[in-house]
Design a protein around this ligand. Structure first.
Ligand code: DQA
Length: 151
């Protein structure tokens, strides 16, 4: 069965109580439950991982090289400056779909730049927790292509 990593970076463990006017009131557990249901419909197995630490996120990407066919990744604020995460994405074969709850381009100037996007398959931004669902659909389509099952 196709396996997809859903990776979330710093402060996303605080979803639900963290700036709810920006990120909504759903928790990361709510996101995971929604994705488990969608994963069931799409016939894929999901692995979830969240860390507030850059190196642990890099380690998770490296593990995905061998264990997953694609990844959904919300790198949080690392999006805007982590060349180490960018290199980690470049280092692995599975396609990575960048995902953000908020619309980066409707926010502060420093959020308009992502150093991650150029090495990702694409970016989903601005749809609240539905960003994760849309990114998962994209990841599954990309992974299907990679293993020759069609998009
Ligand atoms: C975020 C956007 C980032 O700018 C921010 O630092 C986050 C969350 C989002 O999901 O909208 O932590 O990645």
């Amino acid at each position: 069965m196709m396996r997809i990593l859903v990776l979330s970076g710093p402060n996303l463990n605080m979803l639900g109580s963290r700036e709810p006017h920006v990120y909504g009131t759903e928790t990361l557990k709510d996101v995971e439950e929604m994705l488990v249901a969608l994963g069931g419909e799409l016939g894929v197995e999901l692995e979830f991982y969240q860390s507030n630490h850059e190196g642990e996120l890099i380690d998770a990407l490296h593990r995905a090289h061998a264990s997953s066919q694609a990844a959904v990744f919300n790198p949080g604020a690392f999006t805007h400056y982590s060349y180490a995460l960018r290199d980690g994405i470049s280092a692995i074969d599975p396609p990575v779909v960048e995902c953000h709850l908020s619309n980066l381009f409707a926010r502060e100037g420093f959020r308009h730049k992502s150093v991650i996007t150029p090495v990702c398959a694409g970016q989903v931004s601005g749809f609240g927790i539905q960003s994760y669902a849309l990114a998962l659909r994209a990841a599954v389509a990309l992974a299907g292509k990679a293993v020759g099952e069609g998009a």
